[in-house]
Write a protein that binds this ligand. Structure first.
Ligand code: G4P
Length: 305
């Protein structure tokens, strides 16, 4: 698998409406007090959009690692510590679960403490708190806003890349500005691109599902081989010894996904594997571990937080 994994298929993961979204975000920054960037707790760094980092650098920011219910809780804690060590406000939530809105409210108020105290000093404590909500497609922005608002106001898009216009959602003393999901033009590594594809933030119809499944299985072989072994009733030894493609075939065979002649229907097996990962059938999984801060500075590949 090469770096052409996504590129050679002329992938439009950055369609015109995303460029528009970035301009919209930039133009609206002056209207908000804080920017909430939703991350996917399974891939906190790969889901951190460097373009959004650059655009919002001058604003108070809070990172919200969403879908924590799907991620490895130990690594979620480690990621929180990583962000906090970098001086960045960061919390982990499951937007689908009740209570996440309260957690975010408290975190916003902590992040904006100085501003809120200043406002109170001027007798403006009733002033509205304006929050811009940004993130990659499919990260759970609509779900989060619905939960925060206690309604199903914002449309939950079932496919990444669905265009949605800018919209304000008013809840108590909060005004939330919901921005469409946005990726960035050039991924700096194959790992970032594949991680985004694994979680479904790049549209599947522009990806090769068999390569995707193979990449996913390869990663599982190094980080969580036991999960694959358990789920597909294979020995852990086999899971670690086979090449990733052979493992996709072995899993397809174990699931009886055969075509006439006894060959494995690898496309079916691949679809099943990607679906099962996304539905967390393999348990709670985090695909990235926090880098040591020195490594990050040396490599300088990832956006700083
Ligand atoms: P977006 O606006 O950022 O594009 O994301 P959206 O809220 O539409 O959420 C994308 C998918 O992620 C939805 O699933 C949603 O239910 C799911 N999701 C959002 N937050 C969480 C979370 O904290 N935990 C889990 N497990 N899932 C979450 P879907 O399958 O596309 O839709 P649906 O069948 O759930 O309605």
């Amino acid at each position: 698998m090469s770096n052409e994994f996504v590129n050679r298929r002329n992938i439009q993961w950055f369609p015109g409406h995303m460029a528009k979204t970035l301009r919209l975000i930039e133009a609206n920054l002056k209207n908000v007090d804080v920017v909430l960037q939703l991350l996917d707790a399974r891939i906190p760094l790969s889901s951190l959009n460097p373009e959004l980092q650059r655009l919002t650098a001058s604003k108070p920011r809070l990172y919200v690692m969403n879908k924590a219910d799907l991620a490895d809780p130990v690594l979620t804690k480690a990621w929180q510590a990583y962000f906090r060590a970098a001086g960045a406000g960061c919390i982990a939530i499951s937007a689908k679960q009740k209570g996440s809105a309260g957690q975010v409210r408290s975190a916003i108020e902590a992040e904006l403490r100085e501003l809120l105290e200043k406002r109170a000093g001027k007798g403006m404590s009733g002033a509205r708190i304006r929050v811009m909500v940004v993130g990659i497609p499919n990260v759970g922005k609509s779900t989060f806003i619905n939960n925060f608002a206690g309604t199903t106001r914002a449309k939950a898009a079932d496919k990444p890349g669905v265009t949605r216009g800018k919209q304000w959602v008013t809840v108590g003393n909060y005004d939330l500005l919901d921005m469409p999901g946005v990726l960035w033009k050039k991924f700096d590594s194959l790992e970032t691109a594949t991680n985004l594809a694994f979680i479904g933030s790049i549209k599947d119809d522009i990806l090769d599902i068999e390569e995707l499944a193979m990449g996913l299985v390869a990663q599982m072989q190094t980080v969580y081989p036991d999960r694959l072994a358990q789920r597909y009733k294979l020995s852990e030894e086999l899971v670690t010894e086979l090449g990733p493609w052979e493992l996709v075939e072995a899993i397809g065979r174990a699931r009886g996904m055969l075509v006439s002649g006894g060959e494995v229907n690898t496309e079916r097996a691949a679809i099943m594997l990607v679906d099962e990962f996304r539905a967390s059938k393999w348990g709670r999984i985090t695909l990235e571990t926090p880098p040591h801060r020195e490594e990050q500075q040396d490599g300088n590949e990832q956006p700083s937080v």
